[in-house]
Design a protein. Structure first.
Length: 543
């Protein structure tokens, strides 16, 4: 694989590839092929439960779990819901589902009954794997017929995972990449809102998942994170990003295993627990979102707590340049900024050298172009438009939603990301904002992210979000939701005065400022603007 990119006459940017060794494999096979020198090293460890597994144990449990699933009568292509936090068994569970020829659909265990019911019905699950604390919620969902529970079997459950991994695998033929079409066989169904509407089931094939792992593993992409070495030992990381999310699954679980790293799992982000793990396990690299970076910048975390780190991969949500610079002064680790979507398995770009604010260059095997939002024509350098991506990591499509698939992936195979951005003279890409989030004020475009980053420079603001609200004369107006720092008072007048001479007149917060206790965000830190818009509409209708 190579680092350089090629720019075609049509202003399409491509990062070439020299190695296609991922072809014909499913991910568990690929990991087994890579792990021969670190098979007896610890793969996963939980400071909460005290459980740990070596790489050999993880892969043995995967085979046994797959064998048990087949013996219990699950058929090729059946969808298995995985409703679990980050636990040491997660890799064995997903890989076992795949080696049984089944499809895994990881889901957030914090979801409500309504949210779980929607997703389960949409992808037609045949069984759910969950912890005991989920059983009451799952028993109330009518479409859940079979439950595999972690630990000892409980009333109302079909089987116990820990009993299933005792199954004898002798003579059992498991699913292999050479026996299926990895380009079309679905491996994962993850949920994403896409560019519009309700969450959709994103179908990722075995090739999607494996190729994106190989794209990231490429030494020119994350060269600072080393493969296991007998003399220097293992890299260490703390899995604070949820495995049920594409970002956490691919960059933490998959990449760490491909590097032979020691993975410390946390079931949720609790500052005290995370700090304890940081001090006890001394991670060498971390995959994070901006909200965790903000915690690391707090006074609770000392400079000495970060000295073991040499690399941080950052993604999931936008981060301000000011925050990046501030963190760089506290921690000397190399920061790699990544970009992607669930629909891209999930990555398409990574910034491999310092270029403030950039998401970097396309990953190997990836084509990228920028198109005019109105005409759809491809534009050149330093011109803003919608970023489109083509490559083997582009999803198969949305489950049972051909219309949404066609609206996202065009006839030529380009996935329209819904993100507005551009590339500079060095072919480095920059994201401006989500197209659907761009606020149109009398024809002028206002980026919510730009306004949020500006507001966050105010010494009394802890967090903020900006949305557009309808206005009869301007079309839309920017409106801010603000969380004040603890113990600090701040007024609307003060904030209006703060931004008055810092941005143009059409960017002023004429839609108002509302002070709130917290900003709604998803597990990776992205602002849930739809919730704020919904709250605003409901509040306006009640007035």
């Amino acid at each position: 694989m190579m680092d350089s990119v090629t720019v075609t006459a049509n202003n399409e940017i491509y990062c070439p590839v020299e190695d296609a060794s991922f072809e014909g494999f499913i991910l568990p096979e690929y990991i087994r092929q890579e792990m021969s020198t670190w098979k007896d090293s610890v793969a996963f460890e939980s400071p909460e439960s005290g459980v740990s597994y070596t790489y050999s144990q993880v892969m043995e449990h995967s085979r046994a779990f797959a064998t048990s699933l087949i013996k219990q009568g699950y058929s090729k292509g059946d969808v298995i819901g995985v409703v679990l936090p980050n636990i040491p068994e997660y890799g064995s569970i997903i890989f076992g589902i795949w080696e049984a020829g089944l499809v895994a659909s990881p889901t957030n265990p914090m979801y409500t009954e309504e949210e779980l019911t929607y997703q389960f019905n949409l992808c037609g699950i045949k069984a759910v794997i969950a912890n005991k604390d989920m059983l009451e919620k799952l028993h109330s969902i009518s479409c859940v017929e079979k439950i595999i529970v972690m630990g000892e079997i409980s009333e109302g459950c079909t089987a116990s995972y820990h009993e299933m991994i005792q199954t004898d695998t002798t003579g059992m033929r498991l699913s292999m990449g050479s026996a299926i079409n990895t380009k079309t066989e679905t491996a994962l169904i993850l949920f994403s809102s896409g560019t519009t509407g309700l969450p959709k089931g994103v179908m990722l094939t075995h090739e999607n998942v494996t190729v994106n792992a190989v794209q990231f593993k490429n030494q020119s992409v994350i060269a600072s994170i080393k493969n296991f070495d007998v003399e220097s030992g293992q890299e260490r990381t703390i899995a604070v990003l949820p495995f049920f999310h594409a970002y956490g699954f691919q960059t933490v679980l998959t990449q760490s295993m491909l590097k032979g790293a020691h993975i410390v799992t946390l079931t949720k982000f609790l500052p005290a627990l995370f700090l304890k793990a940081l001090r006890q396990h001394r991670p060498t690299f971390l995959c994070l979102v901006p909200t965790v970076i903000n915690f690391l910048l707090s006074e609770q975390v000392a400079v000495e707590d970060l000295t073991s780190l040499h690399t941080i991969i950052l993604g999931g949500a936008a981060i301000s340049q000011e925050t990046t610079i501030k963190f760089g002064k506290k921690c000397s680790a190399l920061i790699l900024l990544g970009y992607g979507l669930t629909e891209l398995s999930p990555a398409s770009h990574v910034c491999r050298r310092p270029k403030l604010g950039s998401i970097g260059l396309p990953l190997p095997m990836t084509w990228v172009k920028v198109i005019d939002i109105q005409s759809g024509d491809t534009v050149g350098r330093n011109v803003q438009g919608e970023i489109c991506v083509k490559g083997p990591q582009v999803m198969k499509g949305y489950y049972n939603n051909e219309a949404a698939t066609k609206a996202t992936i065009d006839e030529d195979g380009w996935l329209h990301t819904g993100d507005c951005g551009y590339y500079d003279d060095d072919n480095y890409f920059f994201i401006v904002d989500r197209i659907k989030d761009i606020i149109k004020v009398k024809g002028f475009q206002v980026s919510p992210t730009e306004m949020e980053n500006l507001l966050k420079t105010h010494s009394k603001i802890a967090d903020t979000a900006v949305i557009g609200i309808p206005d009869s004369s301007a079309g839309e107006l920017p409106r801010a939701y603000v969380v004040a720092k603890e113990g600090m008072n701040i007024s609307e007048e003060e904030l209006h005065g703060f931004i008055k001479n810092r941005v143009a007149a059409f960017k002023q917060l004429r839609g108002g400022i509302e002070f709130v206790d917290q900003i709604p965000r998803n597990p990776t830190g992205k602002i849930l603007r739809k919730e704020l818009v919904k709250c605003y509409v409901e509040s306006s209708n009640s007035d």
